[in-house]
Design a binder for this molecule. Structure first.
Ligand code: BG6
Length: 518
């Protein structure tokens, strides 16, 4: 296997003094460096409003890396590698909507291109709040930094949120595409950088035994759970404007649905894979805003104990207005109107302050036509076989089936066969999602990035739900009231309404299997 190493490039990180840069980007770049995957012509130019010298920036990054190393890995920090890596870091102070600052930035880029063998390849990373995405793109264009020059390439990496609803997503995309080409834009969804998410396609299309049963003839329904045990913590200011459906469903969960449901691509390349994901998103039946409660449940957490920690209720959290109707939990029954999935519901749920942090896709298979071996434990259960793609933690794939319990009578019990990443590939095999994505962007491989039509289709389906909620709230406002949201106690699996959503179809949520085995 040929090692994929990055070509030379100058990476400008907007928002370099922010949280994302410190917690994700810099640690990932440093790890790529330590694995010798970066080019000797690689340079980072941090850019933010905070006034700092190159040296001060290096000190700040060094501190963040040490902290990250201690928190995430607990092993010794590689000082020698850091000394070398720090020499590749530079910093430029400037505003995000001020031409003069961008002229100085352009001059700095030219100077660094002259000093280092960057080959005039430029990667602009927008790790900033979304309100400055458009001004940054315009100013980059104005100072001539969007055009590739001297044989180099120019690319833009952008973090979510890509808009707030369909209309704003459309506007943002139009704006970006007025200064960049679509193939220069790399929209990040960090779930696609996760090993286990990439493995969904390998599992489905790299093996001959699963795909023949991966359809409406054999699958009863699909459940996707993305749960988190933490509350909103200190992110209330951001979260209250977003809520679970914008924060998690529009992006990460729609991607999980697309990868689980898509048809085999013509080839494993950016165009073909994304075409098939788009087909799935187009096939998701749009929700009628007036009937939103039939297929979508939203709720807010109340105080409780989650993941071993006391969590105050959402409405008491820092930065949350006392009458907020922002949902911290959402469950949605999706119907996919295509040849493969017609009649197979995809139930998805996500929430904060749930019992544990876990992400999994459960493909639940139909029961055999005759149930000879029913036991008290299994009687009445519609589903007897399942494949669980455990995305995180305890990354694994688990096949659930019935077996005869040893003994003189015929007792049947659910057992499992599992593949655990840690056991097969070692515990340190899985690195941070950002590493893979940064490397891919440098290599010009956009397979794991979101294309314009993907994000807009996902917004389209989500915006119908948001419209439905808005209509309900409007009705209450006219009556001088606020809409009470269903509540769930922190540390429980969401509101009863969510159980009802499945119970109506004769199903129930599958409790996540912990520790990679039954
Ligand atoms: C982010 C959301 O996109 O994903 C956060 O904004 C959420 O609210 C996070 O906590 C979850 O990511 P992961 O990788 O920890 O599952």
């Amino acid at each position: 296997m040929i090692k994929r190493t990055a070509p030379a490039n100058l990476m400008v990180v907007f928002g370099a003094s922010g949280d994302l840069a410190k917690r994700k980007l810099m640690p990932s770049l440093f790890h790529l460096f330590r694995q010798k995957l970066l080019h000797k012509g690689f340079v980072v130019l941090g850019y933010a409003r905070t006034a700092m010298t190159d040296e001060e920036f290096r000190t700040q990054v060094g501190d963040a890396l040490r902290e990250h190393q201690a928190e995430e890995h607990g092993d010794a920090f590689d000082e020698e590698a850091w000394q070398r890596f720090s020499q590749m870091l530079f910093y430029q102070t400037g505003g995000y909507d001020d031409l003069g600052s961008f002229q100085s930035l352009a001059a700095r880029v030219v100077a660094l291109d002259d000093e280092f063998p960057t080959q005039h390849n430029h990667l602009f990373y927008l790790a900033t709040p979304p309100n400055v995405f458009e001004p940054i793109a315009s100013l980059l264009n104005e100072v001539g930094l969007t055009a590739a020059g001297d044989g180099g390439w120019t690319r833009l990496i952008i973090e979510k949120p890509f808009g707030h609803d369909l209309q704003s997503a459309h506007k943002l995309n139009d704006h970006l595409l007025s200064v960049f080409h679509e193939d220069q834009i790399y929209r990040i969804d960090h779930y696609l950088g996760k090993e286990t998410v990439q493995n969904i396609l390998v599992f489905r299309f790299g093996n001959g035994i699963f795909e023949p049963i991966w359809n409406r003839n054999y699958v009863d329904h699909v459940q996707i759970t993305v749960s988190e045990s933490l509350g909103v913590g200190t992110r209330g200011g951001y979260y209250d404007k977003s809520g679970a459906i914008r924060d998690m469903v529009q992006n990460h969960m729609m991607q999980l649905v697309a990868l689980t449901a898509m048809e085999p691509p013509v080839a494993y390349d950016a165009e073909s894979v994304r075409n098939q994901k788009v087909n799935v998103l187009r096939s998701i039946r749009p929700t009628d805003p007036l009937e939103v409660n039939k297929s979508v449940v939203r709720a807010q957490y109340a105080a409780g104990l989650a993941g071993g920690k006391e969590i105050p209720g959402y409405l008491e959290a820092e930065g949350i207005p006392p009458n907020s109707t922002t949902e911290t939990y959402v469950a949605w029954k999706l119907e996919i109107d295509n040849w493969r999935w017609n009649g197979v519901p995809f139930y998805i749920r996500t929430g904060k302050a749930l019992p544990t942090k876990v992400t999994e896709v459960n493909v639940m298979f139909r029961r055999p036509p005759l149930m000879y071996f029913d036991s008290r434990e299994t009687r009445g259960q519609k589903v007897r076989n399942s494949i669980t793609l455990r995305i995180q933690p305890d990354e694994s794939i688990i096949l659930g089936f019935d077996a005869k319990r040893p003994g003189p009578q015929l007792d049947v019990e659910q057992v499992s066969m599992d593949f655990v990443y840690g056991r097969a590939f070692g515990n340190s095999a899985i690195s941070d999602a950002y590493e893979r994505l940064l490397l891919d962007a440098m290599l010009g491989d956009s397979t794991l990035f979101i294309r314009r039509d993907e994000t807009e289709l996902a917004w389209d389906r989500v915006t119908n739900v948001l419209d439905g909620w808005e209509i309900q709230e409007e009705i209450m406002r006219k009556r001088g009231k606020t809409l009470p949201l269903p509540q769930y106690e922190a540390g429980t699996w969401g509101p009863l309404e969510s159980d009802d959503l499945l119970a109506r179809d004769g199903h129930h949520w599958r409790e996540p299997i912990l520790n990679g085995s039954k």
